[in-house]
Design a protein around this ligand. Sequence first.
Ligand code: AKB
Length: 341
Amino acid sequence: MRKEVVLITGANGEMGHGLIKYLGQKKYINIIALDVQPLDDELKPFCTRFIQGDILDQMLLGRMVVEFEIRTIFHLASILSTKAEYNPETAHKVNVEGTLNLLRLAVEQSQWQGQPVKFIYPSSIAVYGLPNLLEKQRAGKVKEDQWCQPITMYGCNKLYCEHLGRYYAHYYRQLAADPERSSVDFRAIRFPGLISADTIPTGGTSDYGPEMLHHAAQGLPYQCFVREDTRIPFMAMPDAIKSLLMLHAAPKEALTQSVYNVTSFNPAASEIYEIVKSYFPDADITFKPHQSRQRIVDSWPVDIDDTAARNDWGWAPDFDQSRAFSEYLIPAIRQRYMANA
Ligand code: AKB
């Protein structure tokens, strides 16, 4: 008998840490963690199995079909926006071909199980592309069907994979004699910048938010790579994990779309600076915009409209801007760096 499991790709990433620590507390859930990097020791107790491997390795994925009964896939593995610009073709392979491999795995699993496999996919505000700062200000809270002209390989990848997921859920093998209907229950969330107390981001363009805070907490100088007036939506990591699990649990008949915005607060970089300085008055933070990374962030919306998620599956963040810092980030980050001091 194959064990019923939840597969989490990108397990050692920022979202992977948050999701595994939360899901892993539920003893009835068997987590198979997959990552091309080694898994942090702190995550191992929460996982039934850790597989160090590549989502591009189709032989590896094929062996997983044989061994496990995968009911849900949280496909978190991705090369983020800044890192993807240094090797766009590699990013395309990982972000798109890797996702295609996982969708194929979901189809195979659903054929074995005779029921749809849930495929939970973190997309991003990087799918949006505002042409200039005036339009960015005028656009205000952007809805899911607005301004979807990304200017990064990562944003293109995320937007295309949203469509791939919708295809696999509704049109896959549509000309076959026996098309498998709804073999993949694909559900996606477009995340804003995420700030975690437990991990530091690598390779994103919204990283200036968490980097500023983590550097200050360690007494390290930080040179912010965007202008002070830069404004995009952000969210605390616990709310990101909450939204993934809420969407996963939502009754399918409640969902009017397959891709949802979620967000919480949208500070200017100068506001993050003021908050960080209020907790770490000696923090050495300067602003030195990086022209190319600034252009990427300027193309992202000043805010996004998450009404659809609120209406369809009751989304609402636990942490607004003030609580995110006072009740989550600052206490947890102080404890993290005090413990390591
Ligand atoms: C990035 O900066 O690339 C990510 C994102 C906004 O999706 N954090």
